[in-house]
Design a binder for this molecule. Structure first.
Ligand SMILES: [Zn+2]
Ligand SMILES: [Zn+2]
Length: 203
């Protein structure tokens, strides 16, 4: 038995005492330790990018350190599972995208009567001919049909806001409105506005 084991033992002894083997094993140990510390630093930075909490990055690094240079790969797997899914930059980007989407939706108003898409500065809905805005005769800016006076220059409008609101809700045929409007528009300004409105109406 010893006759067989002795050469093997001698071989191992010689192998382990070989300076090249010793140097290589030392380098491997140093490399693994550096990998361990580097991974802890990576976990620290990675957690910093994912949370505003100042403590959590230290916990992430401590988790890697705690698992020792031999087992820290298990800590990496654990960390990858429990870390926050999105980085702060991704969260910020997503909120920006959502905001711009919301602004896009708000910009594309809908006609109150036919729910067709209308532009924010249109005077009438081209689909159902509902009046969407009026032009202020004093400052020439667009006023909501429900405003009793111009929000920009303060000029009082003649039509009552209640009737304007009803007008905006019910889809009156356009001929009715045209018959009615000159009667309501007593001043020259209102008549001018009516003419401008008719000019802006797509036929
Ligand atoms: Zn409409
Ligand atoms: Zn005005």
């Amino acid at each position: 038995m010893d006759a067989i084991l002795e050469p093997i033992g001698q071989f191992w002894e010689g192998f382990l005492n070989n300076p090249i083997v010793q140097l290589a094993s030392q380098l491997i140990v140093i490399y693994v330790v550096l990998l361990w510390l580097g991974t802890a630093y990576w976990a620290f930075r990675d957690m910093q990018a994912r949370t505003e909490n100042p403590i959590l990055p230290y916990f992430a690094a401590a988790l890697i350190i705690f698992f020792t240079p031999l087992l820290f790969m298990f800590a990496v797997v654990l960390y990858l599972i429990i870390r926050p899914r999105e980085t702060l930059a991704e969260v910020y980007e997503r909120s920006l995208a959502e905001e711009s989407l919301l602004a896009e939706v708000e910009k594309n108003e809908l006609c109150p009567v036919c729910r067709d898409r209308v532009d924010a500065d249109w005077l009438v809905c081209p689909n159902c001919r509902t009046r969407l805005h009026r032009v202020c005769p004093s400052c020439n800016r667009l006023a909501e049909p429900t405003w009793p006076l111009c929000a920009f220059c303060g000029r009082e409008f003649e039509r009552s806001p209640r009737s304007a609101r009803i007008r905006a809700r019910t889809s009156e045929p356009d001929t009715d409105r045209e018959r009615e409007e000159p009667a309501a528009a007593s001043s020259t300004d209102a008549t001018a506005e009516h003419g401008r409105l008719r000019g802006a109406t797509p036929s």
